[in-house]
Design a protein around this ligand. Structure first.
Ligand code: HSE
Length: 432
């Protein structure tokens, strides 16, 4: 028998930036939300360890420091988990599902690492587990991929999915800043965290592309399957040379399907400066999806921030609440296909930009080009840049044609052993 409710109760765990936004939207837009759901959506309890945060709530009386009191409250229908990180958030999500509560979360780490198991658990209990806010903040990505693009055979995703690193790269390109100065600026503005490792080293983007690739390719992709490099070795010269060659440098998360195998990777990339993704600057995110029916689709917007992210959290809660009120079932997850081979980075083929410092003396270029030739790597251009006559060295930039990563890494190892090569300063893959 369908239980007739006169309201849907929400328990919110985590009253940080996004949680505060959720509480505000539920309060400020209560009338419009009631119209959409059919009955009111009530914020019954809010848990956070920091009890100074309760004063930001429209009704501080709902505040508690005990998250368990939400999980154990039989009146709560939907738990919104916004504390982030793996522990104790995963326990909270599992306990909420076990208590037959629906869950909305923004937790990319948990979805990337344990998504298929948690979704199977929520299907079994016939409750919803929604996570639109986990990838791309305010940009709707997961619902479009699961629903509107599902007939499409998606062949690739290229995405700028980390606002912190995109801000830093933009400042390096536009203002000529070095990495450390751009990072400091991002921290001062609140775009980068005091410990920026997860963003800077590509972990955050790896979680996000694992989630997107799993949905887009209907196959299990976990963070350990994603090759990732960060942006800390980028230097202002790289942006100058990229500009001269007609490229921008972006930290891309890339997922590609090639027959029965896929590749999933995060690293800095040269992209032609007339591509739309090249024009995505600052903290903005964008996702470019290629499908056999739609061709190219690009979604662009704010990948973080209180209101944009809280908007999609509340929208997930409204979707669940409507189905509770109407007594309709939430659609179970589509089963994943058989696992696909995930290509190791050594197997990919791409073009490369290499910046190196070499001795400025006769015959040096011949030695270097021989190493490329021996590894079957074809050079498309080699340009000599700044000469430092005090130490008789010069910087050169080499662009290659498409080559195998394994061959390129071998060539780099061999060049490092040449006496005339002072330093391999950077190696950046090129996506045309
Ligand atoms: N730290 C993330 C970013 C935002 O810089 O894009 C939340 O996913």
């Amino acid at each position: 028998m369908i239980e007739v409710k006169d309201k849907i109760n929400i328990g919110l765990i985590g009253l940080g930036t996004i949680g505060g936004g959720v509480a505000k939207i539920l309060h400020d837009k209560a009338d419009s939300i009631t119209k959409q759901v059919g009955i009111p959506l009530v914020l019954r309890r809010v848990a956070d360890l920091d009890d100074t945060r309760k004063d930001s709530l429209p009704d501080p009386g709902v505040f508690t420091t005990d998250a368990r009191s939400i999980l154990e409250d039989p009146e709560i229908d939907i738990v919104i988990e916004l504390i982030g990180g793996e522990k104790p958030a995963k326990d909270f999500i599992e306990e909420a599902i076990r208590q037959n509560k629906h869950v909305v979360t923004a937790n990319k780490e948990i979805l990337a690492k344990y998504g298929p198991e948690l979704l199977a658990m929520s299907d079994e209990r016939q409750v919803g587990l929604f996570y639109e806010a986990s990838v791309g903040g305010g940009i709707p990505l997961i619902a479009p991929l699961k629903r509107n693009l599902q007939v499409n055979n998606i062949t690739s995703i290229h995405t700028i999915i980390n606002g912190t690193t995109n801000y830093i790269l933009t400042r390096m390109e536009k203002a000529g800043l070095e990495f450390s100065a751009a990072l400091k600026e991002a921290q001062d503005l609140g775009y980068a965290e005091a410990n920026p490792t997860s963003d800077i080293e590509g972990f955050d983007a790896a979680y996000k592309i694992a989630i997107l690739a799993t949905i887009a390719f209907h196959t299990d992709v976990r963070p350990d399957d994603v090759y990732h490099e960060g942006i800390s070795r980028m230097a202002s010269q790289d942006f100058r040379y990229a500009g001269e060659l007609g490229y921008a440098i972006k930290l891309l998360a890339i997922a590609k399907k090639e027959g029965d195998s896929i590749q999933v990777r995060v690293h800095p990339v040269f992209i032609p400066d007339d591509m739309l993704l090249a024009k995505v600057d600052g903290v903005f995110n964008a996702v470019q999806i290629e499908g056999d029916l739609t061709g190219r689709v690009i979604l662009y917007g704010r990948g973080a921030g209180s209101e944009p992210t809280a908007n999609v959290v509340v929208a997930d809660a409204i979707h669940i609440a409507r189905s509770i009120n109407l007594g309709t079932e939430l659609q179970p997850e589509l089963p994943l296909d058989a696992p696909k081979l995930i290509k190791p980075i050594s197997e990919i083929e791409t073009r490369y930009y290499i910046r190196m410092t070499i001795a400025d003396q006769p015959g040096v270029l011949a030695q270097i080009t021989r190493v490329f030739g021996d590894n079957l790597i074809s050079i498309s251009s080699a340009i000599q840049k700044e000469v430092d006559s005090t130490v008789q060295s010069t910087e050169i930039v080499i662009m290659t044609h498409t080559a195998k990563e394994q061959a390129m890494q071998q060539a780099i190892d061999q060049m490092k052993k040449l006496e005339v090569v002072k330093e391999i300063n950077n190696l950046i893959r090129v996506e045309d």
